[in-house]
Write a protein that binds this ligand. Structure first.
Ligand code: TYD
Ligand code: MG
Length: 453
C-alpha cells in the first residue's frame, strides 16, 4: 500500500494532483481540500452488490418479494417512503442541525416492531441517547445503541448482531481506517458509504444514514452520496415554527411527491394527519389581506393561509418580499394585476407570507396570493369561509389545476362554504358537493367584480 496526496473537490469529488481555485468539473470555487489517499495495488474498493459469482439472469428467473416492506410504525414516514422500508435499501436523511433528525429516527426505531435495530451515534453518548428516549417516553429491548465513530467497529458488531435496521447518526462522523482523512471529508464519506452499501446489500440490512446539511441547503459533502443511496429524504422546517416537513427527493421504490408533516412537541414529534387545521389560524375577525388557498402537495390536499400586506412605498423603489412563495412569481402576478385589473401596485410595497412557514410548489396557490394582495390593497377583508384554487396566467386568465375534487372536498371537510375554482376544471368536475358552493371563474376581473363589487 502506498499513500499519495491528492486534492479533492468537496462538492463533486473531482480529483486533482495540485490545488486549484475553481473545480474544472463542477465549477465550484474554493472546494478543493488536501486528502491523503491510500492506494492498494490491484484490489479496487468498488462496491460489490449481490454475489460476485452470479451469472446474468432473465427477468423471469428473478424472484422478488415485492410486498415485503417493513412497517416503520409511523404513517407519515411510511407514506413518504412509498409504503414502508424496503429491506436491504439505503436511505439518506438530510436536514439542518437541530431540526429533529435524530429524534425522528430514534422515535421510530424505538416504536418499530420489525426486529433488531442497531443505532450508531457518533454525536451523542449512549447515556445522552437514553435521556432522549426517556424524554420521548419510549423503550424497546430490540434496539441496541453504540456510540463511536469507527466504521470497522460498527461493522464488526453488525455482523454479529445481524440487525434488520442499521442507523448511522451521522455519516459525517464516521471514519474508516482505510482512508487517511478526517471524518466528514469527502473521501471518508465516500468510503464509509461504499462499505456500508456493500454490507447492507449482502446482508439485507436496511440502512439509514443521517446527513448534515450546509447553510445553503446542500447535503454536506458530496452529491455522489445522493447517487449511491436508494432514497434521499429531507427533513425541513424552521426553528421558530413547530412544523417539520419530511420530503422525498429521490426514491427508487416510490414517488417523490409525497410529504410527511410533523409537529415538534416537548415529548417528540407528533404526526400531523390533518395539516390544514394546523396551518389555518382562526383569527375570527375580518382582517384584510388574508386569503385561504386550497393547495395540493404530492397527493395530499392542504389548505394554506396566504397573508399579504400592501402599503405605500416609503422610498423610491418599492419593496417586494415573499416568504414561502417564489418572489419572481409574486412579481409576475403583480405585473398581471397592474396590467389587467388596473390596480396601481407599482408604487406600493408588497409583502407576502404563507402562514406556518410552509413552502409548497403548487401553481394553484396563485389565485389565493392574488386575492390576498387585492384585499390588502383596498383594505377590505374577503368574505368569511371562502377558499381559492387556480393558476393565474399572464393575461389574467385563471387556468385549470390538478386534483380539483380533492381540493374541494378538503375545503368542504374543514367547514368552508364557498370555493372559487377555474372554469377550465368544470368539465372534469362531475360530482357536486352538498355543503360547499362551487364558483367557476375564468378571469381575474370576473372574480374581483364578484367579491369586491
Ligand atoms: P435533534 O433530533 O437533536 O436534531 P438533529 O438530530 O436534526 O440535529 O432535535 C433537536 C431539537 O429538537 C432540539 O432543539 C430540542 C427539540 N426537541 C423537542 O422539542 N422535543 C423532544 O422531545 C426532543 C427529543 C427534542
Ligand atoms: Mg442529531
Amino acid at each position: 500500500m502506498r499513500s499519495k496526496v491528492v486534492y479533492v473537490c468537496q462538492n463533486c469529488g473531482a480529483k486533482e494532483s495540485k490545488w486549484v481555485g475553481k473545480c474544472p468539473q463542477c465549477g465550484e470555487w474554493n472546494s478543493f481540500v488536501e486528502e491523503v489517499e491510500n492506494v492498494s495495488r490491484g484490489k479496487r474498493n468498488a462496491p460489490v452488490i449481490g454475489n460476485t459469482s452470479s451469472r446474468p439472469l432473465k427477468l423471469s428467473e428473478v424472484k422478488v418479494n415485492a410486498d415485503e416492506r417493513m412497517n416503520t410504525g409511523d404513517e407519515e414516514l411510511n407514506r413518504v417512503l412509498g409504503g414502508g422500508l424496503v429491506p436491504g435499501s439505503m436511505i439518506l436523511l438530510g436536514g439542518e442541525p437541530g431540526i429533529g433528525k435524530s429524534t425522528l429516527v430514534l422515535q421510530f426505531a424505538l416504536r418499530n416492531h420489525c426486529g433488531k435495530v442497531l443505532y450508531v451515534s457518533g454525536e451523542e453518548s449512549v447515556s445522552q441517547i437514553k435521556m432522549r428516549a426517556q424524554r420521548l417516553g419510549l423503550e424497546n429491548d430490540e434496539c441496541f445503541f453504540l456510540s463511536g465513530n469507527s466504521l470497522e467497529n460498527v461493522l464488526e458488531h453488525a455482523r454479529v448482531m445481524q440487525p434488520r435496521l442499521l442507523i448511522i447518526d451521522s455519516i459525517q462522523t464516521l471514519a474508516t481506517e482505510g482512508v487517511d482523512a478526517i471524518p466528514g471529508s469527502l473521501s471518508q464519506i465516500r468510503e464509509c458509504t461504499n462499505t456500508l452499501l456493500r454490507f447492507s446489500k449482502e446482508n439485507t440490512v436496511t440502512t439509514i444514514l443521517i446527513g448534515h446539511i450546509t447553510k445553503d441547503g446542500q447535503l454536506a459533502g458530496p452529491k455522489i452520496l445522493e447517487h449511491m443511496v436508494d432514497t434521499v429524504l429531507h427533513f425541513e422546517g424552521d426553528q421558530q415554527h413547530m412544523y417539520r416537513i419530511l420530503r422525498s427527493m429521490k426514491n427508487r421504490f416510490g414517488s417523490t411527491s409525497e410529504i410527511g408533516i410533523y409537529e415538534m412537541l416537548q415529548a417528540g414529534l407528533r404526526q400531523v394527519t390533518n395539516p390544514s387545521e394546523l396551518l389555518l389560524s382562526n383569527h375570527g375577525e375580518d382582517l384584510s389581506g388574508i386569503a385561504v388557498a386550497a393547495t395540493v402537495e404530492g397527493v395530499r390536499p392542504i389548505l394554506l393561509e396566504v397573508q399579504a400586506l400592501v402599503s405605500t412605498a416609503a422610498y423610491g423603489t418599492p419593496q417586494r418580499s415573499a416568504t414561502g412563495f417564489d418572489a419572481r412569481r409574486l412579481n409576475m402576478l403583480l405585473a398581471v394585476l397592474e396590467k389587467r385589473v388596473g390596480f396601481r401596485l407599482g408604487s406600493k410595497d408588497v409583502f407576502l407570507n404563507i402562514a406556518g412557514g410552509i413552502r409548497v410548489n403548487d401553481p394553484a396557490l396563485d389565485l389565493g396570493v392574488v386575492m390576498a394582495v387585492l384585499s390588502s390593497n383596498i383594505d377590505v377583508a374577503l368574505p368569511e369561509g371562502v377558499v381559492f384554487a387556480g393558476e393565474v396566467g399572464l393575461s389574467g386568465e385563471i387556468r385549470a389545476v390538478s386534483r380539483i375534487e380533492q381540493r374541494v372536498s378538503e375545503a368542504e371537510k374543514l367547514g368552508f362554504n364557498q370555493i372559487y375554482i377555474p372554469l377550465g376544471n368544470k368539465k372534469s368536475y362531475l360530482k357536486s358537493p352538498s355543503r360547499i358552493k362551487v364558483q367557476f371563474v375564468s378571469q381575474i376581473t370576473e372574480i374581483c367584480r364578484s367579491l369586491f363589487g
